[in-house]
Design a protein around this ligand. Structure first.
Ligand code: SF4
Ligand code: SF4
Length: 191
């Protein structure tokens, strides 16, 4: 397996874990919500992105792309891996207001940014999902991509520990603030 394909597999595996965690946390809100926040423009973007195409090859969706509904089926998005990072970033008011503390709100904010963090500045300031030319994809610095993936994985582990223990150690808190800077008023041990 070539080095890029190896990272694609690691990223896809990580994305599925983040997706599962988000679905466990917010699934009940989203199931009963009238306003589905998917946007076909985001689905379309996946067709131009070479990196997202590689993720779809690795984890092939059960249904093919529809010009009318994109990747959205009656049961939700059919992409197991290869969703645009923006699809993880959106946190609606209902979800935010359901969080019991500011620390919980900050934590879900970090969770929503983990996928986006991995591909930032992959080639000449471009996010990896914005790369549409094969030559550029071959020139990305894989060591940077792998380092950022490691940072997101470490923060994800810290978040899972927080949900089990309801507090962060100082070391785990540092892992979160590598992804998103914490506002001053957020208390490390508030959870
Ligand atoms: S994220 Fe919010 S708006 Fe979107 S489907 Fe879930 S509950 Fe509804
Ligand atoms: S979550 Fe899936 S269906 Fe929804 S906008 Fe993103 S790619 Fe499209």
């Amino acid at each position: 397996m070539n080095p890029l394909d190896r990272i694609v597999m690691l990223y896809a595996d990580f994305e599925t874990r983040v997706q599962k965690s988000i679905s466990n946390l917010f699934g009940s809100n989203c199931c009963t919500c009238g306003g589905v926040c998917c946007n076909i423009d985001y689905c379309r973007e996946t067709r131009e992105s070479l990196f997202l195409a590689k993720l779809r090859e690795a984890y092939q969706p059960a249904l093919s792309y529809s010009d009318e509904t994109g990747w959205l089926s009656e049961t939700g998005c059919v992409l197991t891996a290869g969703r645009p990072p923006v699809c993880y970033e959106y946190l609606c008011g209902e979800i935010l207001s359901a969080q019991p503390t500011r620390t919980h709100r900050f934590t879900i904010n970090v969770l929503s940014q983990l996928i986006s963090h991995v591909g930032k500045r992959a080639y000449r300031g471009k996010h990896i999902v914005e790369i549409c030319e094969a030559g550029e994809l071959q020139r990305i610095k894989l060591s940077t991509l792998e380092r950022r993936l490691g940072e997101s994985k470490a923060a994800f582990q810290a978040i899972e520990t927080f949900y089990a223990n309801t507090f962060f150690s100082a070391t785990d808190w540092d892992k979160l603030t590598k992804i998103v800077l914490a506002p001053k008023e957020v208390n490390l041990r508030e959870g």
